[in-house]
Write a protein that binds this ligand. Structure first.
Ligand code: ATP
Ligand code: MG
Length: 431
């Protein structure tokens, strides 16, 4: 019997995993500069955590959940996104209390699960890096966090990005806009796609998000949310755009952008990369403000802002732009040992080198000298340490600098006692 990984999942193999580490490390360092600390929540949650916040009519809740009943008959789901679980944690741990910093800023990275139709850049287990900021209503928070997302992509060397923003206003805005949309869309009801017909009654804002061609034509002339903003919502959005201008950040306003999750208020944004590599999956980062969500979870009223970045889509983008990430692919020393008698000494040598804080490898397969040197080359070893029967008898090793081809002989004892000195001497030799 041959087993295969479940549909929509990937094995991240060596060679690829280094890229993941680099992307994650870039995020960690950058986010730390912005004073975000890491939070780790469970991979599964009680289903209500997701269903009550993401929205009953959202794609995630209606068709994408990996949910099941556990042996204690609890209705559980693998987490489809990061925000709701973190808000649950924020409220459960009372992180809004006076002893905690305000705003309270966290980031996360890890797998998310959605039962989707797998395609390029769309998986059933995919991975996100995201941030959440709790407690600031200040539009500067919206702008800094969008700027941080852009800085992340810039640090990875990705260009050709588009920042697209919109506002969903406050609750009052959405009540009046919803009414206006229903009035506009109802005469077109029969021409709408089946999905949009349903959404017209459940959540008309979602119709704006339709990918259907005919729906798009109808929606093109729909009333715009920007005309329904309350004074407060309008001020917030205008301040956000003015601040983006101040920082010289280029953006587009797409008044039909609504995002797939119900919890957003005010500013929402997406960062897109238009390349063939991603096809229609061009959004690599998405997020926005959610000022009512913490209260809905039973916490003290606290505004929030966050985003999620799809790591797989970032890696596809890096590939499509031909960007090579700087991964470590050299080792400090390779031990070539000749003959069975030297097997134990080779063991002692690699361990001594590693214990001195250097990276080392050796031959385990009893290969001939030439093959071992080939392995050393392949491993991009900077030094090769050779021990054969005669060296062993004389208690010494030969060391070769693979770049300069300079060779020298050292007493074994010196390798064991002061490898760092030997390493420095050999690396500088012949330069
Ligand atoms: P889409 O419209 O592509 O389905 P979404 O609106 O469902 O995206 P969000 O829930 O906002 O996406 O998630 C944020 C980011 O996570 C997306 O912009 C994308 O980069 C990534 N993402 C979402 N779903 C998947 C998936 N199934 N596979 C891979 N990446 C994903
Ligand atoms: Mg989706």
């Amino acid at each position: 019997m041959k087993y295969q990984r479940p549909k929509g999942t990937n094995d991240i193999l060596p060679g690829e995993s280094e890229k993941w580490q680099f992307v994650e490390e870039t995020a960690r360092l950058l986010f730390k500069d912005y004073q975000f600390d890491e939070i780790r929540t469970p991979l599964f949650e009680h289903i209500e955590v997701i269903s009550r916040s993401v929205g009953d009519t959202s794609d995630i809740v209606t068709k994408e959940m990996y949910d099941f009943y556990d042996k204690g008959d609890r209705h559980i789901t693998l987490r489809p996104e990061g925000t709701a679980p973190i808000v649950r944690s924020f409220v459960e741990n009372k992180l809004y209390g006076p002893e905690f910093p305000k705003p309270y800023k966290v980031y996360y990275t890890g797998p998310m699960f959605r039962y989707e139709r797998p395609q390029k850049g769309r998986l059933r287990q995919f991975h996100q890096i995201g941030v959440e900021c709790f407690g600031s209503k200040n539009p500067a928070t919206d702008v800094e966090i969008m700027a941080m997302a852009l800085a992340f992509f810039e640090q990875l060397g990705i260009s050709d990005l588009r920042l697209v923003i919109n506002t969903l206003g406050d609750s009052e805005t959405r009540v009046s806009y919803r009414q206006a949309l229903i009035e506009y869309l109802t005469p077109f009801e029969e021409q709408l796609s089946a999905d949009s017909k349903r959404r017209l009654h459940e959540n008309p804002l979602r119709v704006l998000d339709s990918k259907d061609k005919k729906d798009k034509e109808i929606v093109a002339n729909a009333p715009q949310i920007l005309d329904y903003l309350t004074t407060e919502s309008k001020t917030h959005f205008e301040t956000v755009t003015a601040m983006l201008d101040t920082l010289g950040i280029v953006y587009e306003v797409d008044s039909n952008m609504v995002r797939g999750l119900d919890y957003y208020t005010h500013t929402i944004f997406e960062i897109m990369h238009d390349s063939d590599a991603l096809g229609t999956q061009s959004t690599i980062c998405a997020g926005g403000r959610y000022d009512n969500l913490i209260e809905e979870f039973g916490g003290e009223s606290t505004p929030g802002f966050g985003f999620g970045i799809g790591i797989e889509r970032v890696l596809l983008t890096l590939d499509s732009e031909g960007i090579e990430l700087p991964t470590i692919d050299t080792i400090d020393a390779y031990v070539v040992h000749l003959g069975d008698e030297t097997n134990v000494e080779a063991l002692k040598l690699v361990q001594a080198i590693r214990n001195a804080g250097f990276s080392a490898d050796r031959d385990y397969m009893g290969r001939k000298a030439k093959a071992q040197f080939k392995s050393a080359d392949k491993a991009k070893a900077r030094l090769v340490v050779t021990i054969g029967d005669s060296e062993l008898a004389e208690q010494q090793v030969k060391i070769k600098n693979m770049a300069t081809r300079v060779e020298a002989t050292y007493p074994l004892a010196k390798i064991y006692d002061e490898f760092a000195t030997v390493y420095d001497e050999m690396i500088t030799k012949g330069e």
